[in-house]
Design a protein around this ligand. Sequence first.
Ligand SMILES: [Zn+2]
Length: 138
Amino acid sequence: MNIDSIKNGYVIDHIKAGNAMIIYDALGLRELDCQVAIISNAKSKKTGKKDIIKIDENIDLDLDKLGFLDPEVTVNIVKNDEIIEKKKLSLPEKIINVAKCKNPRCITSIERDLDQIFILTDKEKQVYRCKYCESSLK
Ligand SMILES: [Zn+2]
């Protein structure tokens, strides 16, 4: 793959087509000063179409959040113009402060300083449950 403009940073590959902007917003990439490239509807052998995000800086990438948003992505870590590592993501076992519990009686609705913690309880159906009240996400 062509990584031309990236010297040190990340290429987030195999993003489900249409998901790049969601990931862009969720990871706060808008706040970055460095170059960020979004490629929509790139050709993919596996799925036909995919999105790609290139980040030209070694930021602190939240892989749990990324895996939660799109467990199919691959993160290529680029150093000195070369891919030094490929990380295949999967659904994280636990997500912290990624989603909010919707149960109004949940302790996290009252104690606002508490971390919002969700545990993956059904991998196949991608069900996450609140650690405190066991309400499921979505
Ligand atoms: Zn809850």
